[in-house]
Every structure is written in structure tokens, then in C-alpha cells.
Design a protein around this ligand. Structure first.
Ligand SMILES: [Zn+2]
Length: 255
């Protein structure tokens, strides 16, 4: 039986889902990822990884369903690059609220965003609370993030590797190799800010506003030059196992 929610007929959905059902909504993006990766990189990762995770979670007995992915999201940090197809923060916020309202009109009470684009994270966090308060949904955010190269596994990306870098490029090489042209890849690690102790992209005590060409003309933030399908396959397997474990914990949270 399909686990793609949108492939069910409406009455079948209403009789099949229960209050324990979990609905996963993948969020991707269509945005510049440098010369070596397709614009749809984040969409491909969110779509294919969420599909693998949902299938594997269902095989363990979890009641999980997947919605069609949201392709166009908040990619304004790449607004300068031709091919980036983005919506503004308030458009995405209203879309998430509207989709949450629609999910609340099913028997399911749990909505999980599976996010492939880091630029959406802050807004998705706001949406988690908004949908919880407005519609009584249990809301969660899972991230398709992958580790930066650390000099052992891949080149040392100095904690960056957040956009078009080693991990992401490797995963696309594993999943859609025909879309990657590694001969066009080059290192674009922002060494000028790597030694800052407080002001950081993620996890520092001081955050900052940025767009991707602040750090170099390629718009890449990371080092994809040593990416490989073999490392990508390792990350795909690890991310799938991690995703199943996360869904299992979500299923027993708040019970
Ligand atoms: Zn990406």
C-alpha cells in the first residue's frame, strides 16, 4: 500500500489515518548551488531521503505518511543568482500555516517537516509553535543536514560545508550522479571568518545576516572537490537510520 498521502483517495485517507498517524512534509528548494550541482539539490535530497526514511520507518511498524514535497521556499540568500526560485519569508510562513490547517483537517495530529534547505530552518521553527497553538498539532522539524568535511572524512571545511560542500555534493553523487559535474567544483571555504569565536553561522553566541555571495563569487560555502558517491552512499545510509530513529522518538513523544 502506498505511503504517499496524496496518492490516497480522500475518503480512504479519512478512514485509514488515525490520531497516531504521522505526516511528513518534505521542504526542499530550487536555488543556486554553484556550477557543479543542480538547482534542485535541496529538493532532490529532501524528496528522496524522506521517501527512504518513511519507507524504512513503515517497515518497523510506524504509522508514517509522506506528503508531496514543497519545492519553492525561502532561498533569499541566493536571490542574486539566476535560477534561484524563491518565495519571501511571509509567503512561506502563510503557506506553512495553510498546510498545517489542511493537515489538521485529517485524523492525524502530528506533522513533521523534513527540511533539506537550511535557509528555511528559522522560519520552520516559528511555524512549529504557530501550528501547535492554532491547530493543536504536534509539530516537529527534522533536518537533512550532513556533517562538514573534517580533514579525515573529506577535506577540512573548517566547520562550514553548509552549501554545495563535501557532504551535500557526495549525497547528490550517490542519488542522482548524472546531475553532478565535479570537474567544475572548487573550494570556497570562508577562511576569513573561520577563526571568529562568537560570530558564527550556526551555534555561535552571535548570529548575523548574510547572503551567499558575501563569501565568494561562486555562492558555494564548503569544499566539494573531494566529494564521492561512496561517501554519499555512507551518508544516505546513516541519514536513513537516523531519520527512522527520530521518527520512532517522535511517535512516543507527548504520549
Ligand atoms: Zn543545499
Amino acid at each position: 500500500m502506498t505511503r504517499e498521502l496524496h496518492e490516497l483517495a480522500g475518503p480512504s485517507l479519512a478512514s485509514t489515518l488515525t490520531a497516531d498517524s504521522i505526516i511528513v512534509l518534505p521542504t526542499g528548494s530550487i536555488e543556486h548551488h554553484g556550477p557543479h550541482l543542480p538547482l534542485a539539490t535541496d529538493l532532490i535530497l529532501a524528496d528522496l531521503m524522506s521517501s527512504k526514511i518513511v519507507d524504512a520507518a513503515v517497515a518497523t511498524g510506524l504509522d508514517v505518511w509522506r506528503l508531496a514535497p514543497l519545492a519553492y521556499t525561502k532561498s533569499d540568500e541566493h536571490h542574486w543568482a539566476p535560477g534561484t526560485m524563491w518565495v519571501s519569508w511571509d509567503t512561506l510562513m502563510r503557506t506553512l500555516v495553510d498546510l498545517g490547517r489542511s493537515v489538521a483537517n485529517t485524523p492525524a495530529r502530528t506533522l513533521v517537516f523534513y527540511n533539506g534547505h537550511g535557509g528555511n530552518t528559522a522560519l520552520l521553527m516559528v511555524a512549529l509553535r504557530e501550528l501547535h497553538i492554532q491547530f493543536g498539532l504536534r509539530t516537529f522539524l527534522m533536518n537533512a543536514g550532513m556533517p562538514a568535511g573534517d580533514g579525515v572524512n573529506g577535506p577540512d571545511e573548517r566547520g562550514f560545508g553548509i552549501h554545495g560542500g563535501h557532504g551535500e555534493t557526495s549525497m547528490v553523487m550517490a542519488l542522482r550522479p548524472e546531475l553532478v559535474n565535479l570537474s567544475l567544483a572548487s573550494r570556497a571555504v570562508p577562511d576569513q571568518i573561520a577563526d571568529f569565536e562568537h560570530v558564527k553561522f550556526n551555534g555561535g553566541s552571535v548570529a548575523f545576516g548574510w547572503q551567499s555571495d558575501d563569501f565568494g563569487p561562486s555562492g558555494v560555502i564548503g569544499d566539494p572537490t573531494e566529494a564521492s558517491a561512496a561517501w554519499g552512499l555512507h551518508l544516505v545510509a546513516a541519514s536513513t537510520a537516523q531519520g527512522v530513529a527520530e521518527l520512532a522518538e517522535i511517535a512516543r513523544f507527548n504520549k
